[in-house]
Design a protein around this ligand. Sequence first.
Ligand code: V47
Ligand code: SF4
Length: 394
Amino acid sequence: MATGILEQIGAQSAIADIAQKVVDGIRLTREDAIRLYNHDDLLAVGMLGEFARKRAAGPEKERYVYYIHNMHLNPTNFCVETCRFCSYANPGNNAYSWTVDQVLDAARGGVELGINEIHMVGGLNPICDLNYYEEVLAAIKKEFPHIHLKAMTAVEIEYLSNLEGITYAETLERLHKAGLDSMPGGGAEIFDEGVRAKMDVKKTPAHTWLEIHGIAHGMGLNTTATMLTGIGEVVENKVDHMLLLREQQDKSKGFMCFIPLKCYYEGTNIKDEVREPSHDDLLRDIAISRLVLDNFPHIKAYWIQLGEDLAQVALSFGADDLDGTILEEKITHAAGAKTPLQLAKERMEELIGKAGYTPVERDTVYNIKRVVDAPETNEKSLQDKVNSLLAASR
Ligand code: V47
Ligand code: SF4
């Protein structure tokens, strides 16, 4: 396999030395990652991402691509913050905050469809304080003990701790006791302070976001990590974001997955100030995160934001997870995403199978629930998909 990739990249390639490092298992530097972003041959970068994915998976699981049957729950869209890229929070008369019973009703709808994870996040709302979230988590756990509760971003942990005047560890311990099983990776945005200032992001600076995840890992809670692009960042900001995550993972080891996110602009006023990520950019984020984050087991192609075709192509660039069936997504759809709100399990499996991989239904912490016999593929080849997607985004 190793010789193959070096031949494919070619000894004359400007990234031949980086390919050799990848094959030798040598950690990539900041400069390597920046060169990969600037290298003109996108497919060569993708091939390296695919090589690293296969090697991380091991020979028995090298074709596995994971998904989860889950739902998103957003108990409130009122938020004391005003991040400029966010269309979800504070929609005037449509602001809401659910009672514990309303959250339970929504959860019941998902459980009846057979989900096994609830991914719950919301705005920063003084009405929804720590007691409220303790009640919500405990009520869901009591009625549906088999459901994994992946909830509360580091941003919400910071807010609730400040509201209560207690430490992050105390907040996390109380929520863990009430039923919190793991934490999602939202709220990281881009760690760079300059970009954050332009986007009016006042919450949770990098060191606090990382500290909270480190505390959660220390308590045995697994978490994930995101990076939001299309908000005025440059390549160097993305690489530095990944390097901070890699450093934290070396220390606390609890990140399961990295999810590159793409900003949608409807309902915001930032479109004219930023560069919208192209398909090329989004595929590089997948491949380069796979290569730089050598201590992250999984890289997610978030189909809600990428769309089905690009998410499929991302599987050949180093991603090994399509996220979940979701049922109802509000944050990206409030900003104009047109992907369906929900995919059936069968459709997830079809997307993975037709991209040439083996669909695997997982739980939140990547225990395998079911390995699916991949259906025969007669869709247009992946190479054709890459070509037409790239042509469309130029
Ligand atoms: O933190 C906000 C982003 C995130 C917009 O942990 C926007 O497995 C696009 O974190 N357009 C929430 N994105 C979503 C998230 C997530 C998604 C899937 C899986 C996981 C996981 C986490 O959405 C926010 C923010 O970075 N966001 N506004 C927007 N207009
Ligand atoms: Fe509030 Fe999060 Fe939206 Fe920022 S991104 S306004 S913190 S809900």
